[in-house]
Design a protein around this ligand. Structure first.
Ligand SMILES: Nc1ncnc2c1ncn2[C@@H]1O[C@H](COP(=O)(O)OP(=O)(O)OP(=O)(O)O)[C@@H](O)[C@H]1O
Length: 227
């Protein structure tokens, strides 16, 4: 049996000196689609930040994409991030360059050199998210949903093992949210593990999946009722 892609043991997550989530025990296997839910301020983003190295793991032990989170050094973070793709609520595309240039920027920053290979890769990921025709557009020339598709394409550039999506539909209308969700589901069905923080319960009802809730300083699995 292969190792879990993520395991957390007796983890407490702190923001400054406050314990935001305590005693987290969690295992996520390759290929899973996992929701993290909970109201504003319950600790979803803090948990995600711990996974992508933005918040130190100070108590407990954790392994994520083969990195020991408690021993993670500043210099390890770029390598950890090459094994994961991150999608944020606010897309975070660079506003002063085209879609193609946004993706090129990430490839160059992560060590790619060959122009031809980079162009092939960019075409491939834009094709995957149905955005090839927008390659030469500026972010402000495309809709929020389209920008989020490009952000998903960007997350796929280095063929990550896992996609972390922190409220990826938070800025989108319900119909566009469903479309972005369908895209994430499709990517999951093609083998990638996805961990998605959300407070959009309607979306979870529509796309049921394993769901963990942050509440009252802890994280526990909830069973979703089907509608
Ligand atoms: N940089 C920070 N410094 C200090 N405290 C913080 C910081 N970021 C978050 N917190 C606190 O940690 C707690 C958890 O916040 P977090 O952002 O993880 O929650 P969340 O569930 O993701 O909320 P939201 O849905 O609003 O993003 C909150 O009490 C918040 O005020």
């Amino acid at each position: 049996m292969s190792q879990p892609v993520l395991s957390l043991n007796n983890v407490t997550i702190f923001q400054e000196n406050n314990a935001v989530l305590t005693n987290i025990n969690l295992e996520v296997n390759h290929g899973e689609f996992l929701y993290i839910i909970g109201k504003t301020g319950s600790g979803k983003s803090s948990l995600m930040k711990t996974l992508y190295g933005d918040l130190k793991l100070r108590e407990g032990t954790g392994e994520f994409v083969e990195y020991d989170l408690a021993k993670l050094k500043e210099r390890d973070i770029p390598y950890l991030r090459r094994k994961i793709g991150i999608v944020f609520q606010d897309f975070k595309l660079l506003p002063d360059r085209t879609v193609h240039e946004n993706l090129l920027f990430v490839l160059k920053a992560t060590g790619w050199k060959e122009k031809q290979e980079m162009n092939v890769k960019i075409n491939e990921v834009l094709d995957k998210v149905g955005m090839k025709s927008a390659a030469n557009k500026m972010p402000h020339q495309i809709s929020g949903g389209e920008q989020q598709r490009v952000a998903v394409a960007r997350a796929l550039l280095n063929d990550p093992e896992v996609i972390l999506a922190d409220e990826p539909t938070g800025n989108l209308d319900p119909q566009t949210s469903v479309e972005v969700m369908q895209l994430l589901r499709e990517i999951n069905q093609n083998g990638k593990t996805i961990i998605m923080a959300t407070h959009d319960y309607a979306l979870i009802m529509k796309f049921p999946g394993k769901t963990l809730k942050c509440d009252n300083g802890t994280l526990f699995e909830v069973v979703q009722r089907t509608v």
